[in-house]
Design a protein around this ligand. Structure first.
Ligand SMILES: [Zn+2]
Length: 108
């Protein structure tokens, strides 16, 4: 799905484009964060820090120290995570029970 098809939540027209991490409506000028829109569609590909699409079973490398949501564990930069699973939402990457943001990972 291309971002061009994305409807503006304000005026519901689809003349929108991506500006940095925001979607911008060409019609009414409304701006909204890209992350929210992707969560809504539910079908967006999960991409790593380089924009590479991640799939279940991939191996990824952590590109910055990450606090794991809901635990005291910190994943150090350079840590390799094998056999990830792709879910949805903000923390779409499941690495052995750790829910991580794809933007802090790089496909190995
Ligand atoms: Zn609009």
């Amino acid at each position: 799905m291309s971002t061009d098809d994305l409807a503006c939540p304000q005026c519901s027209l689809t003349e929108t484009h991506l500006l940095g991490s925001n979607h911008v409506c060409d019609t009414c000028g409304h701006e909204w964060p890209a992350e929210v829109a992707e969560e809504r569609s539910g079908e967006e590909a999960v991409r790593d820090a380089n924009g590479v699409i991640l799939a279940s079973g991939d191996t990824v490398t952590v590109i910055k120290d990450l606090k794991v949501k809901g635990s005291l564990t910190v994943l150090k930069v350079g840590t390799k995570l094998k056999n990830i699973r792709i879910g949805s939402g903000d923390h779409a990457v499941d690495a052995g029970g750790f829910m991580l943001k794809a933007e802090f990972l790089r496909k190995s």
